[in-house]
Design a protein around this ligand. Sequence first.
Ligand SMILES: Nc1ncnc2c1ncn2[C@@H]1O[C@H](COP(=O)(O)OP(=O)(O)OP(=O)(O)O)[C@@H](O)[C@H]1O
Ligand SMILES: [Mg+2]
Length: 250
Amino acid sequence: MSAAEPPQSANSTPPGGSDAAKPRAWGEHTSAIFVTGTDTGIGKTWIAAALLRSLCAAGFRAVGMKPVAAGFAPGTSVNDDVSALCDAGNVDAPLDLRNPYPFAEPAAPHLVAAAAGVTIDIARIGDAYARLRARAGALVVEGAGGALVPIDRTHDMLDIAAALALPVLLVVGMRLGCLNHALLTALAVQRRGLVLAGWIANALPPRMALVERNVDTLTERLGLAPIAIVGPGEQPSFDATRLAMLGFAR
Ligand SMILES: Nc1ncnc2c1ncn2[C@@H]1O[C@H](COP(=O)(O)OP(=O)(O)OP(=O)(O)O)[C@@H](O)[C@H]1O
Ligand SMILES: [Mg+2]
């Protein structure tokens, strides 16, 4: 993992709100983040699981949540991402809190929900989130697909982040097209009044040409250096400084 220089925040409000920079007593406060990405299949779970492992190693009681998941692992009724986040955390919690809206079909959430006759209720997601918060000191919430993926006729993934009042971590899958996707996502986050806590350049295989130049371009246009540049096959670990940048400070 590279990007050693501490990133400068593009937001005047620190990650997690104005209290984020204050020292917190252990157990006093639960910190949480919403992980979105430039697309589906670009490493949100890869990074979210790594973040959870780092939080556990740093002494947090950490739990992952995937509010809406579409697609079950073969022969199971559990989504792969939900299992991966569960394995990476260290808090026991019922599956229906970790993943209140599971769908078997691997397709767009609003379509699979409609096909199943289910309305995705953000208030119910909020209730599950609140119950997870009561059990954990750190929460990592993974969206499905990208930031504006619909969950019904009028709501999308960022509405979940907004309802949970979470800062956003943007995982950029370093592929051709990622500059446009990353900048559009940052615009959407800003327009919703959400805080972009940071971004991660995930250079998943096959490694694209000119990764560093693309990272430089995004750094300049976002006004924010990446929290990390993750290489192909690399399972990153986040040190206390980087965890604090994402609002996970003790
Ligand atoms: N840095 C990396 N090195 C190697 N493999 C990676 C890396 N990042 C992601 N992958 C792999 O790429 C695939 C997609 O990653 P992942 O499942 O994390 O994406 P996602 O954005 O969470 O997808 P979804 O939209 O389905 O939730 C997985 O097989 C994952 O193991
Ligand atoms: Mg995922």
